[in-house]
Design a protein around this ligand. Sequence first.
Ligand SMILES: [Fe+2]
Length: 298
Amino acid sequence: MTVVVSPLTPGFGAEIAGIDLRRPLDEGYFEIIEDALNRFSVLVFVEQALTDQQQIDFSKLFGPLETSVTAIRRDTKSRLRPDLAEVSNLDEDSEILGADDRRRMYNLGNQLWHTDSSFKKVPARASLLYARAVPPYGGCTEFADMRAAYDALTDDVKRKLEGLVAEHSIFCSRAKTGFTDFSKEEREQLPPVPQVVVRTHPGSKRRTLYLASHADHIIGWPLEEGRKLLAALITHSTQRQFVYTHRWRVNDLVMWDDRCTMHRGRPFDDLKYKRDVQRSTVSDEITTVEREGVRLVA
Ligand SMILES: [Fe+2]
C-alpha cells in the first residue's frame, strides 16, 4: 500500500489513506505521519476497525500516554481502561446517560473551545479520538488552527503577548458551563497550572497561540483585564477561516496536535443517540513554561 496524504484545507487538516493501523507500521510510515501532523495539525484516518489495544499501540508511537482524569473523579465507574478517556455519552453499561447524570454535565465542558489537558502541568502533545458509534446528525468536532491565528495577529499584539502566562484549571472550564459540583479531594488533585499564551511548535518551529477555556486569567494582570484578553484571543482564533469541521463516520480515527490547535465537540441529540468515542492522549515532555524559558511572576 502507498500512503496518500490529502489536505482537507490548504494548510490545516489532512486525510491519510493507505495505512492499516491494526498492524505495525511499515518502514518510513511513522515519519510520513509525523511530518503530516507537523504540517496539517489534524489527521483523519478513515475506515480503521481498531481494538482498544490497537488504538493504544498506535498512540504510544508518539510518546507516553496520559491517564484519563476519569480515573480520579468520584463518578468513576468507567467502561474504559485508564489510558483511554471517555468522551462518549454512555455509562458503564454502554447505555445513554440520563438527563441529570453528573457525567453528562461534566462532558458539557467539551463543547467549549479547548486544548486537551492544558489544566495539567505537563499538558497533552497529541490526542487520538476513535469513533465506534456516531449520531445521524450533529456531534461534529471543530478544530482551530492556532498557528494561522497567531500569524494573523498584528505585530503590536504579538509583542504584547510575548512572555504572558495564563492560569489554567479544569474547574474554570466546568464553571463556565455552570458545573461546579466538585469535592475538595477532586479540586486538590488538579490544582491550577501555568501555561504560556504563545509558544513555539516544536515540529515546525512556528509560533502558535496556546489557549483553552481552561484558562482563567493572565498571571500578574488584573483579573478582568486578563479574562478580556483571553476571550478576545479565543474569538479571534476561532473565526471560520481558521476552523476545520470534522463530520464523524464510524471507524474514523482523528489525531490532532494539542500544542497548536483548539477543538470543541458540537451538540447533538445526546439523550436519543449514542456517540461512542474514546480518546487516547499522548503527553508532552515538559511544561510549556520550561519549554519557552519564561520566568514566572511571583
Ligand atoms: Fe478535548
